[in-house]
Ligand binder design. Structure first.
Ligand code: ATP
Ligand code: MG
Length: 430
């Protein structure tokens, strides 16, 4: 019976393991084989004179990264990983690996990100890489638990749409029979429609598609968005939900992923403190223009340099609130006493934006007016606008980028590290 490698201790009498040949060292009379499965590594020590001749022969035939099965006696060995070694009674090559390997799984030879992504199946055999996806798994699990416990309904909305959420050129057109269609850039309009349906609290974890030509370390053309929409609350209410969720996710990862955190070599894992500060946009701009070389003025979007400068100043997770209405989408609710600013926010990690949200406009006529003001044609939004005529409750929500959350949580240099098969300007394969 095969056992996971990390369950074998120096006291285990005997074991059967199946895994990949991580490293093979043949010193003549003595051979060492490191076997790796997803839980860890064990050293197989082969004193050739003392084992059956077939074993010595099989050892010679094993190429690195072949799948092998080994059964044998376990012995304490201080110098081996985990303080134990396996002396084989039998070795079998289950699946032979071709040579040469396109990528060194043992990481003796560093590889470029492109080579790694081209050979993602091999790259992901490295503990440091699989650790990222074990943590991403925990992030999504914690997210679903959080929402389930708080009475949210998980929804799955269509990714094939006829109109853009926000207009603009960020859409991928697709061939959809005789109609024009696109890949959705956000579930925004659908989750709002579910407020009209009376669901009150919904969330979705799904892909968003952005045809931006960016080639940056924080943009993907296909990303995963954690989206919520909540009725009978405002921007303040959903900002609190966002902070609570993010802290909850960090706590869950801290509690359940210690092995993966160690594999990543992170020496500290800090759960963000309660009470993310709320910085008005106008003050954020002042900080950015004082600290940045480039000219930044009120009414500008907060670009990468500004984001960095403000993040340095804040030194922790924070919100930027009270944005000019001119640079937020039509569905952001303007303040009654000052419609030039709106009830929109961004949640920021010191390194980058993680989430955008707002209280939404729920009044039909105001929404039509705001759509037109952005230079969009309200007629293209009829399917979306119609529900606003039949009792739309006040509501608010946000979208949180899953990859950016994982990237910043783990200090990864590039958001592509947090996606198995990233899609960017140059990459649609594998
Ligand atoms: P940015 O200004 O950084 O390009 P955005 O403001 O266009 O982002 P939103 O439309 O506000 O993005 O989307 C909400 C969240 O979804 C973002 O805060 C981010 O975490 C994530 N997100 C959006 N676009 C991308 C992308 N191209 N790649 C990775 N994550 C993204
Ligand atoms: Mg945004």
């Amino acid at each position: 019976m095969r056992v996971p490698i990390n369950t074998i201790t120096p006291d285990t009498p005997s074991a059967e393991v199946i895994g990949w040949a991580h490293e093979i060292r043949d010193l003549g009379g003595l051979a060492f084989l490191l076997i790796r499965d997803r839980t860890g590594i064990i050293q197989v020590t082969v004193p050739k004179k003392k084992v059956a001749p077939e074993i010595a022969e099989t050892i010679r035939a094993i190429s690195r990264e072949s799948v092998v099965r080994v059964t044998g006696m376990v012995k304490p060995e201080g110098k081996a990983p985990g303080g134990r070694e396996l002396i084989p009674d039998a070795i079998e090559i289950v699946s032979l690996s071709a040579t040469p390997l396109p990528l060194d799984v043992a990481e003796k030879v560093p590889a470029e990100l492109d080579t790694r992504l081209d050979n993602r199946f091999l790259d992901a055999r490295r503990p440091r890489v699989s650790a990222i996806f074990k943590i991403r798994n925990a992030v999504q699990h914690a997210t679903r638990n959080f929402f389930f416990d708080n009475g949210f309904i998980e929804i799955n909305t269509s990714k094939i749409v006829a109109a853009a959420t926000e207009g603009g050129t960020e859409l991928f057109p697709i061939a959809y029979f005789e109609k024009e269609a696109f890949l959705n850039q956000s579930p925004q309009l659908y989750k709002q429609m579910m407020m009209a349906a009376g669901f009150e609290k919904v969330y979705e974890i799904g892909p968003i598609f952005r045809a931006e030509e960016h080639n940056t370390t924080k943009h993907l053309n296909e990303a995963t968005s954690i989206d919520i929409e909540v009725s009978f609350t405002d921007h303040i209410g959903v900002m609190q939900t966002l902070e609570d969720l993010v802290r909850d996710i960090y706590q869950f990862v801290d509690k359940t992923c210690s092995d993966a955190i160690a594999d990543l070599g992170l020496d500290s894992f800090a759960v963000p403190e309660k009470g993310f500060p709320r910085l008005p946009y106008s003050e954020a701009i002042e900080i950015a223009s004082a600290k940045c070389e480039e000219d930044i003025a009120y009414g500008d979007d907060i670009g990468t340099a500004a984001e960095r400068a403000i993040g340095e100043e804040m030194g922790r997770m924070y919100f930027i609130v009270d944005w000019p209405s001119s640079i937020r989408p039509y569905y952001a609710m303007p303040y009654e006493n000052d419609p030039e600013i709106c009830k929109a926010f961004d949640m920021m990690h010191p390194r980058m934006e993680l989430s955008s949200g707002a209280q939404r406009v729920h009044q039909h006529d105001l929404l039509v007016e705001q759509i037109a003001k952005k230079g969009l044609n309200p007629e293209n939004f009829e399917f979306y606008l119609n529900p606003f005529r039949f009792g739309m409750p006040p509501h608010a929500g946000w979208g949180l980028g899953a990859e950016r959350l994982v990237t910043t949580m783990l200090g990864l240099p590039n958001v592509r590290e947090a996606v198995l098969f990233p899609r960017d300007r140059h990459r649609v394969v594998p």
